[in-house]
Write a protein that binds this ligand. Structure first.
Ligand SMILES: [Zn+2]
Length: 78
């Protein structure tokens, strides 16, 4: 599921975390779906609050993927 993997350009560590935008998009969408269900069945204000993770999921999809090094906390565009 991850994009082209690479080591850190700063310290050449292998402890690199790739932030896949599709992963975050689906994660927020799953949270929104859960909130919609709970809102529909139990607690209605949660139904309205579910629009927040939907908006976040759209924004996270538009954002560029970022690689982050766990060794030196360096962030860069893959
Ligand atoms: Zn590094």
């Amino acid at each position: 599921m991850s994009d082209k993997w690479e080591s850190c350009p700063k310290c050449s560590s292998n402890e690199v975390v790739s932030r896949n935008k599709l992963y975050y998009f689906l994660l927020w969408l799953a949270i929104a779906a859960c909130m919609l269900w709970v809102g529909l069945l139990i607690f209605w204000p949660l139904f309205i609050a579910a629009f927040v993770p939907i908006i976040i999921s759209v924004f996270s999809f538009m954002k560029k993927p970022v690689n982050k090094c766990r060794n030196c906390n360096h962030k860069w565009q893959p």
